[in-house]
Design a binder for this molecule. Structure first.
Ligand SMILES: [Zn+2]
Length: 387
């Protein structure tokens, strides 16, 4: 009852912070009967049965409105700008309070991921049918599900730390209110006087319903315990001293890192991206996706028009190819060139080489720009698919 009155007080407080608002909902989830205390401005997006459908409808509507604004400008904005706009205008809407609605149904989660996918298509200029996993790898993004998991674990880490301290022992920053800190379940080591291997594991929160089983506290406690394995890297993540080091270690272990070479703006990188994704206007790609019935190259008719045929073999582009390869020999060492077989040359054109450090790596990338312009010329001629 005292918790209920505390919650009521916070929600009525006129200068309530956004961060505090999120915590209040954590409490509301725990005490379902007090969900009506949600402030009037946001009440409309929550249904009385505490399901997340109407809430997700509301945030998706708002997010798609903004995404459509970016879509209208996609031909004039660079990839980096489109990515920045998405992360600053759309993602905050989709992820606000995401630690709470992470127990929504699989169908609702899929709708959220569809928004994420739509934006990945807009940013990269890829075709709609492109693989979502490849799009995420291309951009170095993580799925919204993975991002929500990190958000949940970060909040849980704050709950276990409660506050951050200076070296002299004084409190530097209070991370969560005391009532959230007190929600952290006791560990096996707290209950037992013995030295046990699983002393750091927290007691799982007992639940009666599946909906409660997947709600913030039970689900995050299980995820937290899963970090306590024999793997020292995972243990190091869990035992991080600060919230910043926890996030950095977790990202390093579990999340993707963007490849800076993929983000170079040169006017032709959209087509190079499509080749990397395995769905471009090359006939072998279209055939693979059941869009045409014959993969054979329409210019030479010798073999299927695959990426390697296009870059290395098709006689239509011999002049361009010789020029590009000559350019590469001027930039790279002779032993490196000697070690390049056909597959490695294709890899070099599409992905660069992480072993080539700047500035040499960047020079090669600039050289590859010429190849991109050739590719673009060919791909623009065969305008089969539309966005
Ligand atoms: Zn050909």
């Amino acid at each position: 009852m005292s918790e209920t009155s505390n919650c009521t007080g916070w929600l009525r407080f006129p200068k309530i912070g956004l961060r505090m608002f999120r915590f209040d909902f954590a409490f509301v989830i725990r005490q379902r009967s007090v969900h009506c205390l949600v402030d009037e401005a946001r009440k409309k997006s929550f249904s009385s049965d505490m399901k997340w459908g109407s809430h997700i409808d509301a945030i998706l509507k708002k997010a798609f409105n903004r995404l459509n604004g970016i879509r209208r400008l996609k031909s004039v904005l660079s990839r980096v700008v489109k990515e920045t706009l998405y992360k600053s205008l759309v993602l905050p809407i989709v992820e606000y309070g995401s630690v709470l609605f992470d127990n929504c149904s699989a169908c609702l989660k899929l709708r959220l991921e569809r928004l994420h996918r739509n934006d990945a298509v807009i940013v990269t200029g890829a075709f709609k049918n492109s693989s979502f996993a490849r799009l995420l790898n291309e951009l170095g993004w993580d799925s919204l599900e993975d991002r929500r998991k990190l958000a949940r674990l970060s909040l849980f880490k704050k709950m276990t730390l409660s506050a951050q301290f200076h070296k002299d022992g004084n409190v530097n920053e209070i991370l969560v209110p005391e009532y959230l800190h007190s929600m952290v379940p006791p560990s096996v080591g707290d209950r037992s006087g013995y030295v046990l291997r699983n002393a750091g594991k927290l007691d799982n929160v007992k639940t009666r319903l599946v909906s409660s089983y997947n709600s913030f506290l039970p689900k995050t406690t299980r995820d937290w315990n899963s970090l306590l394995s024999d793997n020292n890297d995972l243990k190091a993540i869990q035992q991080s001293k600060t919230i910043e080091s926890f996030k950095a270690n977790y990202k390093k272990q579990f999340l993707r890192t963007p490849n800076p070479l993929y983000r170079i703006e040169n006017g032709g990188n959209m087509h190079q991206t499509r080749l990397r994704l395995g769905l471009s206007q090359l006939r072998a790609h279209l055939f693979q996706h059941n869009l045409i019935d014959n993969p054979t190259c329409q210019f030479c008719g010798l073999e299927p028009e695959t990426t390697s045929h296009y870059i290395l073999k098709c006689p239509t582009y011999t002049v361009h190819r010789v020029r590009i390869l000559m350019g590469l020999t001027n930039l790279l060492d002779a032993p490196y060139i000697a070690g390049l077989n056909d597959d490695k040359i294709v890899q070099l054109f599409l992905h660069g080489d992480p072993l080539l450090r700047p500035p040499r790596g960047w020079l090669i990338d600039l050289q590859i720009d010429t190849t991109r312009s050739i590719l673009m010329h060919k791909l623009l001629m065969a305008d089969v698919l539309k966005h």
